[in-house]
Design a protein around this ligand. Structure first.
Ligand code: HEC
Ligand code: HEC
Length: 404
């Protein structure tokens, strides 16, 4: 999306928070330890490493080298990092510990990673996820890779959360997920020695507040980015072409993968995948309807706004590492990527809010566009989706469980 389109959306958006990045912490403007040269002392490590596996020098989360397609003007515009919460190495290290710590739940059994597993691209492989005492979530867990590049900075399938800082405290307080209240959480973490050290390093003193917990978790999540897929290599080899139609075949792709790329990115046969799912960093804009059924029991964005024209609109998730996050869609209805491709090719339903890109007359709720892909083309699209995989992010120690 061009910067002009972003400006237009901002002008016409009636949700004010979608265009202004909220200042989450009313207190000090930055409230982070700005020094990325901070290290843990011997005494710190003695305390930390009773339960954790941390090294004196934290991993580099703050200054990870990004390829050109992440540094373009569009990509920079899409970065939802607020000025009040830049990523620091110590902040993200604290966030990593919080993310994997079951102490954040009422009965010490559930951590964020219970439902957001690194090996599953930070989603999980269940239709619905198990939270506190085996209770099931209402929707399918979401992958967290490239969260930093969601242009409007809104989170959850219905885009209820206006910022990531706002989002990360919701599962902690959800009765089905982790079941804590924030006051309880703060005093519980104060009892744990390793958090005194970690908060001190991340924020300059050991005070534990829910605003700081939100900041650290958000820093960790924003640091999880994928830049090492076959798709990235192809894009770089093709010279980072700016406009979808100008993209030449990728020299590192097989013929089948290039046929899939042609459909996904150049929109051949009317397959406008990239217009909704983005390319480069795989970003997107607003929630949309992709015609899963005529009647949705879950009203998605409509539940939040109460506006019937928002019914059955859902966030367009990043497709980075999509192979690993099955099953698919907000309700986990599709088990395989072939099921997803069959949906777009043959089964899109004429919902009144169906996005215009899936219609023949380019109107919301218009006549369904049938792609009628051949079996070969369907396999090509699946092969293309496989090129978005990046093993490095699924195994990197800096994103892994730090507990012994
Ligand atoms: C019991 C399972 C469970 C736990 C525990 C859990 N999540 Fe989630 N997470 C989900 C589900 C399910 C969704 C989608 C919910 C929805 O849209 O209604 C989700 C969505 C999210 C999203 C939105 C992603 C996006 O692109 O919009 C973020 C961010 C997130 N979780 C972070 C966290 C963090 C941080 C924690 C720990 C504090 C956590 N989650 C704990 C299941 C869980
Ligand atoms: C009109 C916008 C739009 C277009 C065009 C579009 N999608 Fe989607 N896509 C969405 C939305 C919205 C969702 C989530 C819908 C839901 O869960 O209810 C989604 C979900 C997906 C998912 C599942 C993601 C997950 O994490 O569960 C895959 C895979 C996918 N789309 C692939 C494609 C492919 C391949 C194409 C092209 C054939 C395509 N999409 C075209 C909007 C679009």
């Amino acid at each position: 999306m061009t910067k002009y389109a972003v400006i237009l959306i901002c002008l016409f958006a009636n949700l004010s928070s979608s265009c202004t990045k909220q200042d989450f912490d009313e207190g000090a403007p930055i409230d982070t330890n700005p020094s990325n040269s901070a290290v843990f002392s011997e005494a710190d490590l003695n305390i930390l490493n009773e339960v954790l596996n941390l090294r004196a020098t934290p991993f580099n989360y703050s200054d990870y080298p990004l390829p050109e397609h992440y540094r373009s003007e569009d990509a920079l515009l899409a970065d939802n990092t607020p000025e009040t919460n830049p990523i620091t190495d110590m902040g993200a290290t604290l966030g990593r510990v919080l993310f994997y710590d079951p102490n954040l739940s009422l009965n010490n059994t559930i951590s964020c990673a219970s439902c957001h597993q690194q090996s599953a691209a930070f989603a999980d492989n269940n239709k619905f996820s198990e939270g506190l005492n085996g209770q099931l979530t209402r929707r399918n867990s979401m992958g967290l890779i490239n969260s930093r590049f969601y242009e409007n900075g809104r989170f959850l399938w219905d885009e209820k959360a206006g910022t990531l800082e706002e989002q990360v405290l919701l599962p902690i307080q959800d009765h089905k997920e982790m079941g804590m209240n924030l006051a309880q959480l703060e005093s519980k973490l104060q009892q744990l020695d390793y958090y005194s050290v970690l908060f001190e390093k991340a924020f300059g003193n050991s005070q534990i507040t829910s605003a700081r917990i939100a900041k650290a978790l958000s820093q960790f999540i924003r640091s999880i980015i994928s830049v090492n897929s076959k798709f990235d290599e192809g894009l770089i080899a093709a010279g980072n072409p700016p406009v979808e139609e100008d993209i030449p075949d990728f020299p590192n792709f097989t013929e089948l993968e290039n046929v899939g790329m042609d459909l996904f990115m150049r929109g051949r046969k009317g397959a406008t995948c990239s217009y909704c799912h983005g390319t480069g960093q795989n970003v997107n804009d607003e929630a949309k309807n992709n015609g899963l059924s005529l009647n949705y029991t879950d009203k998605g964005k409509g539940e939040i706004t109460g506006n019937p024209s928002d019914n059955a609109l859902f966030k367009v998730p990043s497709l980075r590492n999509i192979v690993y996050t099955a099953p698919y869609m907000h309700d986990g209805r599709f088990e395989t990527l072939m099921d997803v491709v069959n949906h777009y090719s043959d089964n899109v339903q004429p919902h009144p809010n169906l996005n215009f890109r899936l219609t023949t007359d380019e109107q919301i709720g218009g006549k369904v566009l049938k792609l009628n892909l051949t079996q070969y083309e369907k396999e090509a699209l699946v092969a293309f989706l496989n090129t978005l995989s990046d093993e490095e992010v699924l195994t990197a120690e800096k994103y892994s469980d730090p507990f012994k």
